[in-house]
Unconditional design. Sequence first.
Length: 144
Amino acid sequence: MIEVLVSSVIPATVDRVWSVVRDFNAMPAWHPAIAQSRIEGGAASDAIGCVRNFSLKDGKKIREKLLSLSDLDHSFSYSILTADIPLENYRAGLALFPVTDSDQTFGIWTARFTCPKGMETDLEKTVSQGVFQTGFDALKSRFA
């Protein structure tokens, strides 16, 4: 099992950051690697169990299921159902916390997954840097 944890400080209040990332279908609006996204079956994008079907800018497709969402805790979790990337048993979560002495946000994005033997290093880097850190960097730029 591969475990990834990426953290970052975003220069905005937790409520402002949460208002951007909370919508499970809004990643194309803030994450530079996502080309388009839609929620299958007309479900609400904050309904537990909804499935987002999205494309990366490189053309790869991924379907993910929303497992939890908490406005109180500023967090959500999700799993990959199908993907053009060999990530298996993938479960991830994003949580935001207020940095109370500076009105900033501390974000933690985590994932656990398995993958084919020999691909561990490349896929760990793809998830940690290509997805999570890239997303945090985009949020930092948005609120700078």
